[in-house]
Design a protein around this ligand. Structure first.
Ligand code: HEM
Length: 125
């Protein structure tokens, strides 16, 4: 917009609405399925449901107009014995996905900052 070249865009704008969030999740899950640190755990789960609930969750985190219909983070991860190494793998794969989708660094950090506190519910080992 003329006169406002440096206005900071809100995260949901940068992520390009629900479709932008959806492609980031699909790319992140795709990369993670080929990542030996995570593949085995993920393969054993319902990937259709996981993709759907992740899209809903990220959309909510980014203040999009959507409902999260999945379980809380502690219940959904408690049986998987997830380690910090696996948690870091997911974060790295999300960063790769956001880079591929052209999400600016600042907006990437905003999403990552919201996921960071979930580490204590996800990592049990
Ligand atoms: C901040 C990090 C993470 C977030 C935000 C996240 C988010 C989610 C969400 C939204 C679900 C769906 C819950 C449901 O089905 O109701 C889920 C399930 C699951 N997540 Fe994560 N997750 C994270 C880290 C991880 C890591 C590091 C792993 C390791 C591989 C992992 C493996 C799984 C598995 C296997 C399920 C399916 C659980 C089941 O159906 O029993 N997650 N996660």
């Amino acid at each position: 917009m003329p006169g406002q070249p440096h206005r900071e865009r809100e995260p949901q704008e940068v992520f390009g609405s629900e479709e932008g969030v959806a492609s980031i999740v699909d790319t992140m899950v795709g990369i993670s399925l080929e990542d030996s640190r995570m593949a085995e755990i993920l393969m054993a789960s319902d990937l259709v449901r996981l993709r759907r609930t992740l899209k809903e969750q990220f959309c909510c985190i980014l203040a999009g107009p959507c409902d999260y219909t999945g379980r809380d983070m502690a219940s959904s991860h408690k049986d998987h014995g997830i380690t910090n190494r696996e948690f870091n793998a997911l974060v790295e794969n999300l960063q790769l996905a956001m880079n591929r989708e052209g999400v600016p660094f600042r907006a990437q950090n905003k999403l990552l900052a919201k996921l960071a506190p979930m580490q204590r519910d996800v990592v049990t080992r």
